[in-house]
Design a protein around this ligand. Structure first.
Ligand code: NDP
Length: 447
């Protein structure tokens, strides 16, 4: 069968075997569309059916999570862990707690994670997990009881050499702490390397909290540098106001840019003077409030309930909330308003139509699997410190993260050049991420 037809047949098979999982289909399609030229150059990958194997998770676990709320009512949620690929190292990828979570979301995230982790150059496989539990509006005690019940199932399948979860949407330092405490109790082991994103007092790494936002900003800086440009004086729009968004704000300001809009699922705040980092941190990380409350402290800022953040004109867009948040229409608007670069802090935040619009308009486009790889890379640095019983300083760890992001940029850029799509970091990230995993899978034989 000719190669292009073969790739299309693999995709059709994935759709048939995984019915109703539209986000997973989308993530697979986006990667497969880049891989035709790779099969031409490496026919042994085609013969060993590497693509077909990579699209099938090695193991998927779904479990019941019963817990009691503060009124004593029994609640039931569903937990997931998809261990997608362990060719390069132990499974690695975050946990997402959000009501929208179902198997298709976890599989899309786990699939992306394989290539992202490969691009970091560190020895980590790909996985993802989570639950349809909604931490919003829950007390600390409810979150703790949920996390303890979740871990009471999860602990059987994780371990520092097996599978190392971390945070994602709805899972931050508080949740990781509760999960770690329960794992420690169940196993009677202080196995620090079993989870990353831990608090600094019990084995966490400096810069892990900041890593995804910092890393994404470093990646965009490299793209801009490639065009003899930089963040200085640029107006930047950052969607969301969670972990990734907050540390994108911090690093953009350090590099001379100005973040003028942020959001949450209720609305958008515009602060033309540039967001005040400490206010956002206090509101979101300490008090767990909504972004609209920012305007109580900065009267000149404007809140728009239900607004669309991509209507705000900017030079650089950094989507840092959730999947498919930039549609084709949004992308057209951003291009019309003069946006020159997009860095995906979130996973798959731009729809396929949006990506095509950016690429055709010559907008610098950093896809999530490259641009947001700084989070997992620093998680791998946390594992390294735990294994050596070490704790590196902030500057040292940040310097390592910065270098890793420069390397990710170079790897993507060189692969894009080599396979005939210069400047296309989507193709570059997919190909470079894939080849390393494919080589390891080939070396391991048919397993
Ligand atoms: P957080 O939970 O800290 O923050 C998420 C933010 O996005 C919140 O402001 C939230 O608003 C908003 N958001 C979430 N879902 C939606 C939605 N459906 N519509 C509108 N807004 C939404 O998560 P993170 O910052 O950790 O993660 C953000 C993105 O970055 C995700 O795509 C994640 O997969 C990705 N990512 C995260 C990494 C990490 O290290 N944390 C690593 C790599 C990627 P609200 O409070 O209203 O829900």
């Amino acid at each position: 069968m000719p190669l292009l037809e073969r790739v299309e047949a693999i995709y059709q098979d994935v759709v048939k075997r995984n019915p109703g999982e539209s986000e997973f289909h989308q993530a697979v399609k986006e990667v497969l569309e880049s891989l035709g030229p790779v099969l031409v150059k490496y026919p042994d990958f085609a013969e060993a059916k590497i693509i077909e194997r990579i699209c099938e998770p090695e193991r998927q676990t779904i479990f019941r999570v019963p817990w009691q709320d503060d009124r004593g009512q029994v609640q039931i949620n569903r937990g997931f862990r998809v261990q997608f690929n362990s060719a390069l190292g132990p499974y690695k990828g975050g946990l997402r707690f959000h009501p929208s979570v179902y198997l298709g979301i976890i599989k899309f995230l786990g699939f992306e994670q394989i290539f992202k982790n490969s691009l970091t150059g560190l020895p980590i496989g790909g996985a993802k997990g989570g639950s349809d539990f909604d931490p919003k509006g829950k007390s600390d005690n409810e979150v703790m009881r949920f996390c303890q019940s979740f871990m009471t199932e999860l602990w059987r399948i994780i371990g520092e050499h097996t599978d190392v979860p971390a945070g994602d949407i709805g899972v931050g330092g508080r949740e990781i702490g509760y999960l770690f405490g329960q794992y420690k109790r169940l196993t009677n082991k202080f196995e620090a390397g079993v989870l990353t994103g831990k608090g600094l007092v019990y084995g966490g790494s400096q810069v892990r909290t900041e890593a995804t936002g910092y890393g994404c900003t470093y990646f965009v800086e490299e793209m801009l540098k490639g065009k003899k440009n930089g963040f200085k004086g640029k107006k930047v729009v950052v969607s969301g106001s969670g972990n990734v968004a907050i540390y994108t704000l911090e690093k953009v300001h350090q590099l001379g840019g100005k973040v003028i809009a942020m959001s949450d699922s209720n609305g958008v705040v515009v602060d033309e003077r540039g967001f005040h980092l400490e206010t956002v941190q206090q509101l979101k990380e300490v008090e767990r409030r909504r972004i609209r409350d920012y305007c109580d402290y900065h009267k000149h800022a404007k809140y728009q309930a239900g607004g669309n953040i991509w209507d705000v004109p900017c030079d650089v867009a950094m989507p840092s909330a959730t999947q498919n948040e930039i549609t084709g229409k949004d992308a057209r608007k951003l291009v019309k308003n003069g946006c020159i670069a997009v860095g995906e802090g979130a996973n798959m935040p731009t729809t396929p139509e949006g990506v095509q619009i950016f690429l055709s308009a010559g907008v610098l486009f950093g896809p999530g699997k490259a641009a947001n790889a700084g989070g997992v890379a620093t998680s791998a640095l946390e594992m390294q410190q735990n294994a050596g019983r070490e704790a590196w300083g902030f500057e040292e760890t940040d310097a390592k993260l910065h270098q890793i992001m420069k390397n990710v940029y170079t790897i993507c850029s060189e692969a894009a050049d080599e396979f005939g799509s210069p400047g296309n970091f989507v193709v570059g990230a997919n190909i470079a991420g894939f080849i390393k995993v494919a080589r390891a899978m080939t070396a391991h034989g048919l397993v």
